[in-house]
Design a protein around this ligand. Structure first.
Ligand SMILES: [Zn+2]
Length: 241
């Protein structure tokens, strides 16, 4: 590695030196940023939190607009994974507490549960709320990794419970074909730093934020894509072509 890049930590937000013009806007809507937002939100992680929680620039309106939906997604997922809306029967401490404190949220999650003819539990999430959160997360990860902002609606949005995925779907989710590197990361972005000899390779680079709880992968082939695995249960794929 040349002297110029030495000491640049890819996970240290203070050390990213990409063009400031690319970093002066809310990553979720493009407005002037007033604040910073954790991405992923702490709601999707467990305590003790990882030491280097990632942040992106956000306007106050966006920063405040996701928290209820993030809480909904965290609770919904945990209830679906554990098969119950009873706080005593879920695993995550933060979700137990939320379920105890918010009977309306419990009722709305319980109402989304039905039984198939063979008695299997079917959980049907509020897709508007899930989409709101997942697209937000994808935008944040794109900005964090590639210094790229996508304010358009994504071209592809898929969420699938991992236990329902076919082996081929799972393989593609875990190892998307990187293809030729037709797009080069912004100089100074974290992806650029990871492509340097001492770094890892782009497109083969799941970022493990918390073991068993949250990881994501960002790449560029025909457009920009983000894969996110939440609680090793929900596989999310968001693509801008
Ligand atoms: Zn905003």
């Amino acid at each position: 590695m040349s002297e110029k890049w030495k000491g640049l930590g890819v996970n240290d937000p203070r050390k990213i030196f990409a063009d400031e013009r690319l970093r002066g806007r809310c990553v979720f809507c493009g407005a002037k940023p007033d604040t910073k937002d954790h991405c992923p939100s702490k709601t999707l992680l467990d305590e003790p939190y990882p030491a280097d929680l990632r942040v992106v620039l956000a306007c106050l309106k966006c920063n405040n607009s996701f928290s209820l939906d993030e809480q909904y997604l965290a609770c919904f997922l945990e209830c679906a994974i554990c098969g119950s809306t009873n706080p005593d029967e879920v695993t995550r401490d933060s979700v137990k507490q939320t379920l105890r404190e918010q009977p309306k949220l419990v009722a709305s999650i319980a109402a989304s549960l039905s039984l198939s003819p063979d008695g299997t539990k079917i959980w049907k999430p509020d897709m508007d709320r899930v989409r709101n959160v997942v697209v937000k997360l994808a935008r944040g990860h794109l900005d964090y990794e590639l210094c790229l902002q996508e304010w358009r609606d994504p071209d592809v949005f898929e969420i699938t419970p991992m236990p329902l995925m076919t082996p081929d779907q799972l393989e593609f989710f875990e190892n998307p074909d990187p293809g030729p590197a037709t797009l080069w990361p912004e100089i100074g972005s974290r992806a650029f730093l990871r492509m340097l000899p001492s770094g890892d390779k782009i497109n083969d680079d799941w970022q493990d934020i918390q073991d068993g709880r949250y990881r994501y992968l960002v790449g560029q082939t025909q457009g920009n894509f983000v894969h996110i695995a939440i609680s090793e249960y929900l596989a999310c794929r968001v693509t801008w072509e």
